[in-house]
Ligand binder design. Structure first.
Ligand code: ZN
Length: 293
């Protein structure tokens, strides 16, 4: 009797391996370590509305939290990074992260910030930290999930110098002229919550964000929330949904089409990456589930 019960529990928990789960959408850049008191609710919502999530981290302690959280859901991909705003704290102790990087699935959030960080004396250490990660990305063939605010041109130059090709440009909001360079290189671009109408009066370059969301080629488009943000924290699907809807409106298509596009693009990005096999499988099953309908 007990064995039967345990078996049923097992089936209930792992049924996605057997029947395939219909992933609703993709959040290619968010921070689940920030859910804190709302984590249980977020995991519960994720079970009801499964989206594939890349949960990045901005410092080692956030990564440890994220690894623990990712053990609780097959839909969360943990990524390790040190945010450029933390460069000065960590730049002299990078050797200690080598093993951690070898074992991680993806790098992020890493990059450069010359937009929010105005103190130019920080820029050399930001660059040193970023180059450390790019070197590791090259050596271990890892996807990079990038913060490039106000430093898009320099970021592209560095990616070229290190020969990095598997790139997620998180919430790219740089000059339109540079978009062609990003696209030429086949870098994926996430459209974030800053695209939403509620930001029109607060973000000076909001119109440009609309244009970017319209002009990213279909095969390079990804979606993200950068969530959960400060309390009251929105749940993962609740936060993502209006972003998808607004992108669909801008691109004169529908929500289903955007969801299908971003899932299929993410699948292309991780295809053949042995570290991300389990997520490839999940996406394949999901697409099968979608075509079955
Ligand atoms: Zn972020």
């Amino acid at each position: 009797m007990v064995n039967e019960f345990l078996f049923l529990l097992f089936i209930a928990q792992y049924s996605f391996f057997i029947s395939g789960v219909d992933l609703v959408s993709l959040d290619a850049h968010c921070h689940w370590s920030f859910y804190e008191d709302d984590l249980e609710s977020a995991l519960a919502e994720l079970n009801v509305h499964p989206i594939l999530v890349v949960s990045v981290s901005g410092e080692p302690s956030a990564y440890q939290k994220t690894l623990e959280i990712a053990k609780r859901s097959p839909y969360i991909i943990p990524a390790f990074g040190i945010h450029p705003s933390r460069a000065a704290e960590y730049v002299n102790q990078l050797d200690q992260f080598t093993d951690l990087i070898i074992n991680c699935l993806m790098l992020g959030e890493i990059g450069l910030d010359h937009f929010f960080i105005k103190d130019t004396s920080q820029y050399p250490v930001q660059r040193q930290l970023f180059e450390f990660f790019l070197n590791k990305a090259k050596t271990h063939n890892l996807i990079v999930n990038l913060h490039t605010k106000g430093a898009d041109e320099e970021t592209i130059t560095l990616l070229d110098a290190y020969g990095i090709t598997r790139v997620i440009m998180h919430g790219y909001e740089g000059p339109i002229e540079l978009l062609a360079k990003v696209v030429d290189r086949g870098f994926y671009i996430t459209v974030s919550q800053s695209v939403l109408p509620q930001w029109e009066t607060t973000i000076p370059h909001w119109k440009r964000i609309q244009t970017i969301a319209q002009e990213v080629p279909q095969d390079l488009l990804l979606t993200e929330t950068d969530g959960p943000g400060p309390p009251p924290r929105q749940m993962p699907y609740t936060k993502l949904q209006p972003i998808i809807a607004h992108i669909a409106k801008l691109r004169k298509t529908n929500i289903k089409e955007i969801n299908h596009t971003v899932i299929s693009n993410f699948q292309s990005l991780i295809h053949g990456d042995s570290k991300l096999n389990q997520y490839s499988l999940l996406l394949q099953q999901s697409q099968l589930a979608q075509t079955d309908q």
